[in-house]
Design a protein around this ligand. Sequence first.
Ligand code: NAI
Ligand code: MG
Length: 498
Amino acid sequence: MSGLSVKLKTPATGEYEQPTGLFINNEWVKAVDGKTFEVINPTDESVITSVQEATEKDVDIAVSAARKAFEGSWRKETPENRGKFLVNLANLFEKNIDLLAAVEALDNGKAFAMAKGDVGACAGCLRYYGGWADKIEGKVVDTSHDTFNYIRKEPIGVCGQIIPWNFPLLMWAWKIGPAIAAGNVVVLKTAEQTPLSALVACNLVKEAGFPPGVINVISGFGKVAGAALSSHMDVDKIAFTGSTVVGRQIMKAAAGSNLKKVTLELGGKSPNIVFADADIDNAISWVNFGIYFNHGQCCCAGSRIYVQDSIYDEFIKKFKERAAKNAVGDPFGQETFQGPQVSQIQFDRIMSYIEEGKKSGATIETGGNRKGDKGYFIEPTIFSNVTEDMKIVQEEIFGPVCTISKFSTKEEVIKIGNNTTYGLAAAVHTSNLNTAIEVSNALKAGTVWVNTYNTLHWQLPFGGFKESGIGRELGEAALDNYCQTKTVSIRLGDALFG
Ligand code: NAI
Ligand code: MG
């Protein structure tokens, strides 16, 4: 890979070889237009390296490589082997956990320990879908004595996949696992903020035994490479995770091109509801994790906190103390829980929401400032004295910032919990089983956690109601979004019309 890799260093692993090319046909290649772009370290704002930048022409090349692989041998590959390759890949993720996690921490800024959790979840997800590969089954349906009908589950074909920067490796695994299990081929575009870990993972794709062209990964910008992928006439399906604004553009691109199938996993403004009968210390710990995990850069972040009035004062006192104790600092620090935000743009966006909150009259209970003068660090921030119409209560901030308000009755909190255009997640903290079930069933969200938060699992479907998305990732449900249903109807009797 001459000229298409560099030697880099991470504090956790020392020197390693970082690929910088586009991964097409199991080879590292240069971008046709010779463009590259810089990758920034959010911890100290330095340039880590540059990677090849895909434009429309590279998307074309990647899509035809994928098409060729699909129509050639991959269509005929046995389900057993598809599963085997995925399990191999899962094992390689585990074997390389330190390197993958270190690159993730370097590029994205998340704590190394948390990044290791992500890599473990990638392995779990890939292995789970490896297990599904030979269990995707059709059906025989009897309609009359002289007809034989069977229903086949077939792969869709070439899948375009566009992922964000908040979980670069995890989103890679969530997208690739079900697509490959169902027999598809993929062209995946990483986020321009965080291309590095996915490229390291591509070396493992080859090692796992995948034939050329089955998994192709390109680095590039949304408006160029992402737009080319979502409007491509030879891409059969597009799967996207990111902002609701871009999700709408993806749907338009699909509608304006070949009506490719679309799945979207978008934003959220998830309510985290604490009833007076909850175990308060437990609830505080989950509420804290619910908003501050991954620096608040989670689509399902519990950013709207509602606490029942009789425990509100005690809750806010303890929650403030807990939030202020979260260790914010160098991702490679032993104790670090929260690293920097991913980019200058995200940092500025979050700080402007904090300003907006102050201007609208909300009270800062803790935080509200930049931390340090280098890197994109922001203090864990809590706003109280908020009203439902404030921007900080309505819009996704995607940073370590939450709002907290009081409620008195179950009926009231169900109503305000659902007072959002989003519907990705929600949580209820209570020791009353009836309250837990009643409120969970009434909340319009794809996932409701009870006495926990952010505890996603690859076996459980994840996705949004309302403007949080279309389709589901993870679990058996994700496979539905990567299969076509074909009906074959065979006439056994004589001609019906003579
Ligand atoms: P974004 O939606 O612009 O980026 C996500 C991915 O979409 C990236 O790979 C990007 O290159 C691609 N993209 C951007 N424009 C595109 C286009 N026109 N066509 C095709 N692909 C395109 O998100 P961004 O700007 O990085 O973050 C903005 C906000 O989006 C965040 O503050 C947050 O609120 C939300 N977001 C939500 C995520 C989630 O997990 N649901 C992840 C990232 C961001
Ligand atoms: Mg963007």
